[in-house]
Design a protein around this ligand. Structure first.
Ligand code: GTR
Length: 918
């Protein structure tokens, strides 16, 4: 990788020389024999992209020993000439016409040799640039200008891009999710021009044409507003630096055919703006107000006016609620803002706007918006926030298809790879098949990829090396593979194996053992996708798969809120562990992928991956340290697969016990659980000195396997005690069971605390069977978990809850937990449970998970789960959202509530099998 950097620096120097006019003639490298003189003739008008391509070509020719001159006229029969231009130029057409070459599409090119002349003709400037790069690569590979060339090529996907998060692993003090002003203190790397050049060169080398910058509210770091001067959230000096770096970046990107796109979330306002107006920077529950609309519209207008070549990527979800609100905001604030900017520029050329499908109804928003704005694109997550399958299906695939059918270009977002982090990923096979599925199943024609790991920690990887390793150096295979297949996903597989084997061989100098490294990558590359799609709780970054899962999550996944798309869309058809055990007991036929099959397969993948990497090891001559890190990753994958295999077998026996009530089933689970801990110990050992963390989002938003509050529980060493404790508890509880004592967890009764409700007319009641939950309908409690009885709830009006946002203000002398009952129904008018998959603020009060599932039943109503909202002492307001919910009581804020199932009315009669592990 060092070599690549050296080459890049050399190229950068070269570009600079050309820019100052010293580069018209580049003389051959002194150490190389001068082979021949060659002339480059540019036929068309001056163009930065073509100049960039020609610089690359010149460097390659020069390195091969040619003396390169810039020629003025086309002279057939004289010395060798390279002619660079566009296909629609008369000169170019004249030369090519004779050979009857047909025209490639957008960004395509032709390379054609006739006698001494080689033509590089682009369908457009990017095409000519790519043609130059193609020829430069051929020259570098063979050491000379190929004698005969007839090449025609063009990209398959229209948009091929990558993103960078201008965000951090943790929240900034006094701020919340996504709020990161652009400052040198927050992001020293943002101002590092050499780093940008490296990155942009990597993108153009991979023929990527778009770069997305993700941030909550970038405008207050980039533009000043006449009407809201106080909204700016960086100082004057930083503002100048931001202007400078943004202009530099967009210019350098444009030269390389790359379109910069600024992403933002809605509705977020700047901190000084919020403080001035005494509002929150973001608040999912607040309606659109004229003030925040005007502020945002003006921010967007100023941005478009200042950076007309920068596109916008819009997230309507997260800090905004309701599909109608999204439509209104997009059509009445965002698009008018862009149009105001264009009016100020006196142009009607519309810059493209990309609309994300995240937490909105993109079909509905697009239908309302296309009539007023033409240049719209759509984007949606490929497999959620993970990589799980190349066989997508179900409702998620349908959403993609509908977006593709809107007639605009649909872009696939390979979002945060929450199941791959932090290990290296290099399965060319999986990636190629995924891109094929994007076209064939989803109907998409664009790609946007996240960094392979450590998104929140850009530009560094999680490897514990000093100085820190850069993601672009470490994850070069990731970028290259996605880009290669975005260009053309129909490449022949056996040729691909050859291609990647050679690439890896070149990188590590392995005497033809590159194929073994590829094999290791491809075997390991199946493990985390298969594990997540068969056993995971969610494909969101709420879960870090490589940290393992608890027994409770395996035997009682519902309690941890399974994200349905993971099972109905993001993998081939198959069975969950619970379904599998039930079918076994009933003697029913299995359908699709089974848990038993998956654990068998991942163990085999782990074994084969380690064997393959070990085969290559003795031959590695270059980049030895990096190779050792890859090797260690393969060992980690194997340990992870073995850990899951044993744990799933233990969980299967525990589930079997819930039906058989035969204690032998539980006893048989012990050795499996013991072995799983041994494998996890191995994982902890392998990562202790090699990794800084498993997951880069180090906030309370991470819930599985255990909460990531305050940056904790992000390493395997930290997780090991949880799994050891789980084993100990299991053994202890098993002894208890054997002695015939108790098969049930004793749950302490919850004690009410006094709070003062602001609204004096609020009706309170004591939770007991027969008490109605609501004042306006039949809703008598029919079943109540023991621990809840005696608490004081609030009797609300269900009709009002359904119609409008309800807020309950109260005060207390001590911290309190408010117990909120959520009805187990996805239908309106019931209030939906907070989803961290679509609402990053969904755990701000600790309310994300149910504390007691199936806690209460009431006449004519769905079953109720209890969540808790924690508030400090003093005045507080509870705003769960619009929809029917119930307040079941107030308890001391320091009460520890172990999540458990009460099994009221769910028919299972099983209170909570996971008490065995707690
Ligand atoms: C959320 C996730 C965030 C972010 C967001 C998005 O569910 O927690 O990290 O990725 O989705 O898609 O913008």
């Amino acid at each position: 990788m060092q070599l690549i950097n050296l080459m890049r620096n050399y190229l950068f120097l070269n570009i600079l020389l050309l820019n100052v006019g010293l580069g018209n003639t580049v003389f051959a490298n002194e150490n190389e024999p001068v082979k021949e003189a060659i002339e480059i003739v540019l036929t068309g008008a001056k163009n930065d992209r073509i100049d960039f391509g020609v610089t690359r070509l010149t460097t390659a020719l020069n390195a091969a020993g040619y003396v390169v001159n810039s020629g003025k006229s086309l002279k057939k029969g004289a010395g060798k000439q390279l002619i660079v231009g566009l296909l629609d130029e008369a000169n170019i057409q004249k030369i090519l016409a004779k050979k009857g070459a047909d025209k490639p599409g957008k960004e395509g090119y032709i390379l054609n040799t006739n006698a001494n002349q080689t033509v590089i003709a682009g369908a457009d400037a990017s095409g000519a640039l790519y043609g130059c790069l193609d020829l430069a690569e051929r020259i570098a590979q063979s050491g000379k200008l190929p004698a005969q060339l007839t090449v025609k090529d063009q990209p398959e996907m229209v948009m091929r891009g990558a993103c960078i998060g201008i965000q951090k692993p943790e929240y900034l003090p006094g701020r919340t999710v996504y709020e990161y002003p652009y400052t040198p203190e927050n992001f020293p790397w943002l101002y590092d021009k050499a780093l940008w050049i490296n990155y942009l060169d990597m993108l153009v080398d991979n023929r990527m044409n778009s770069l997305y910058l993700w941030n909550g509210h970038p405008f207050a770091s980039l533009v000043k507003l006449k009407d809201y001067p106080y909204a700016l959230e960086v100082d004057e000096e930083t503002f100048k630096k931001n202007e400078e770096i943004f202009s530099f970046l967009t210019k350098e990107a444009d030269k390389r055919g790359i379109w910069v796109i600024q992403m933002f979330y809605n509705i977020i306002v700047s901190k000084p703006f919020a403080e001035k107006h005494n509002i929150k920077t973001q608040d999912r529950k607040r309606p659109i107000t004229p003030l925040i609309s005007d502020y945002t519209r003006k921010s967007i207008a100023a941005f478009v006016e200042k950076y007309p070549n920068v596109g916008l990527l819009i997230t309507l979800g997260e800090a905004m609620e309701g599909d109608d609100t999204d439509v209104e905001w997009f059509t009445k604030t965002i698009i008018p803002g862009v149009k105001d900017g264009l009016a100020a520029l006196k142009t009607d050329i519309q810059p493209p706007i990309v609309l994300r499908g995240h937490d909105t109804n993109p079909q509905m928003v697009m239908k309302a918006s296309l009539p007023i704005y033409k240049s719209l694109y759509t984007m949606n997550k490929y497999n959620g926030e993970a990589l799980t399958t190349y066989q997508p299906r179900g409702p998620w695939a349908k959403m993609h298809q509908e977006m593709s059918e809107l007639g605009s270009i649909h872009i696939e977002n390979v979002h945060i790879l929450a199941n791959l982090e932090p290990f290296r990923y290099g399965s060319a096979d999986f990636i190629q098949k995924s891109v094929q599925a994007m076209h064939d199943v989803h109907g998409a024609n664009g790609l946007h990829i996240y960094p392979e790991a450590s998104y929140w920690d850009w530009p560094y990887s999680a490897d514990n090396v000093s100085p820190r390793q850069l993601q672009i150096d470490r994850d070069w295979v990731w970028y290259k593979a996605w880009a290669r297949y975005a260009w053309n996903c129909r490449r022949d597989r056996s040729e691909e194996v050859k291609y990647w084997s050679e690439e890896l061989d070149k990188t590590f100098d392995t005497q033809n053992h590159g194929g073994d490294i590829l094999e290791a990558y491809e075997q390991a590359g199946e493990i985390t996708p298969k594990l997540l799609r068969r056993f995971g709780i969610t494909n969101g970054n709420r879960q870090t798969l490589t940290l393992g899962m608890t027994m409770s999550q395996l035997v009682n996944p519902k309690k941890h809120r399974v994200w349905p798309e993971l099972y109905n869309s993001d993998g081939p058809e198959g069975e969950t562990l619970t379904e599998y055990v039930e079918k076994n007991l009933k003697g029913e036929k299995h359908v699709g992928e089974t848990p038993e099959q998956i654990i068998r397969e991942v163990v085999q993948h782990g074994k084969l991956s380690v064997e393959a990497i070990d085969r290559a090891q003795p031959f590695v001559k270059k980049e030895k340290e990096e190779f050792q890190r890859i090797r260690n990753d393969m060992y980690c994958h194997r340990a992870l697969a073995d850990f899951f295999s044993e744990k799933v077998q233990a969980a299967e026996l525990v589930l079997k016990y819930t039906h058989s009530k035969n204690i032998t089933d539980l006893k048989n689970a012990v050795p499996h659980l013991e072995k799983s801990v041994t494998h996890f110990k191995e994982l902890a050992k392998l990562t202790k000195d090699t990794y800084l963390y498993a997951n880069s989002m180090q906030t309370a938003q991470r819930r599985v396997p255990v909460g990531g509050n305050d940056g904790k529980n992000k390493t395997w060493v930290e997780l090991l005690p949880f799994y050891e404790e789980e084993l100990e508890q299991f053994k202890k509880n098993l002894t208890l069971l054997e002695s015939g004592k108790s098969a049930e967890e004793l749950v302490a009764k919850l004690k009410p605390v006094a709070v003062r409700l602001q609204d004096k007319n609020t009706e309170m009641f004591t939770l007991a069977k027969g008490e109605p939950l609501f004042s306006d309908r039949e809703s008598a409690i029919t079943g109540l978990a023991e621990e809840l009885s005696g608490l004081k709830g609030i009797r609300l009006n269900a009709g009002e809850l359904a119609d409008k946002q309800t807020s309950i203000s109260f005060s207390s002398k001590t911290p309190v937990k408010v117990l909120v009952g959520y009805f187990q129904s996805k239908e309106k008018p019931f209030l939906a449970v907070p989803n961290l998959e679509t609402d990053a603020t969904g755990n701000d009060f600790g309310q994300a998970e149910a504390k007691i599932t199936a806690a209460l039943t009431a006449k004519g109503l769905p079953n109720i789960n209890v969540h808790s909202y924690t508030f400090p002492a003093g005045n507080n307001t509870l705003v769960p959202g619009k929809g029917i919910f119930t307040v079941l009581g107030f308890i001391d804020g320091n009460t520890e509530m172990k999540p458990h199932a009460a099994a009221m009315g769910d028919g299972s009669g099983v209170r909570n099998i996971d008490w065995l592990f707690e």
